[in-house]
Design a protein around this ligand. Sequence first.
Ligand SMILES: [Zn+2]
Ligand SMILES: [Zn+2]
Length: 392
Amino acid sequence: MPLAPSSFLLGNRPKPSDDELFSSWLIRVAHSQGLKLQTFCQLIWPNKSIWNRDCDRCGDAELVSSLASMTGTPLANANATLLTSFQGKLFSDIVRCGHTKWILPLGVWHRMRRRRGLQFCPDCLAASVPYFRRSWRLSLYTVCEEHKRYLCDECPQCKSPIHPHRGEMGDRHKTEPTSVFYCPFCGFDLREAKNDGHVPPDLLAFQSYHSELLRGSALGPQGSSSLKYFTFLAHVLTLLASQRERMRRFCELTSEASGIAITDIKFEPDMPVYFDALGIPERTRLLQAAAWLFADWPARLRSLMILGKLRYSDLILELDDAPEWFLSAIRRPERYRVSLLPGQRAFRGNNECTSEDGFPHPAISEPEALQTPHDETLALSDHLALSKASGK
Ligand SMILES: [Zn+2]
Ligand SMILES: [Zn+2]
């Protein structure tokens, strides 16, 4: 008969590392006892199904508290390893049966994962204590801020989604716990994944700002909550890849002005989770386009509205509880000049933000009230041509 997990302390008691994901911590605890993960789980929780669901998202309270108790970890630290810890900051509530905004879907099927819902940084896994981060389960993250490289979301060799819990599963001759950085399907060492190229500083700064918001060390625009900001950001990302006829021009103009190709990004049919179901390259481009839009807020958005002949109602469709700084930005844009210049301001992050409204961008001045009639507004292509000719 197994011992009650709360009645003893394990010999080795690893604590959760910084930003560690619950499943990753559980794997490390099992391996630190010299046991295979499945053996450890069977010994301690013989009646629990752990791996045929998303245990990081759902968070079995008994499982978490017993692991905390066995390892002498404060319960609050153990709970912080779950994705529910983003509740109230990134999303209002975890959806138990269904999709939760910003969480990459795993597509759990039995003990397999059919979707690329867990990302990783090869350099982080090469550190002395390899572990998986909570932030690697979020669609908001596409780069490693520490190593300034893109994250990966599949085994580079066999293209399987990442399954750190399957390290020793299905091989009865394998009795030693294997490390989490080997692909369980082809044996590829994930630390060897090649670097996919240079990360633009604006993308890095944009993500750093989001990390600060989640840590509580920064505020949203005009002092708004991070939840309000992230709800708004999700809406903007949906607009940027919208398939609605009236929004196509908006996407084309954004692509043209920012130099970031977003018009070919299509959400998966029958997959109503939109941005969160996209791969890293597509999410990266949409996030960059949002960063570009915010870098001269609200002038760029107003200009795009004028040039794309968009109405106020086009931009607030399906947005509940829109923040006032967004609504005021898109009210009667025709009162303002088109002030769109291609790529002249890169996003520089919150630390350098000096604007009075607290919006995450370098200080800008509000466009003056329009002095010229609306029909004299330059078409964006003309504007770009003029900028080029004048050497701006
Ligand atoms: Zn890294
Ligand atoms: Zn593989």
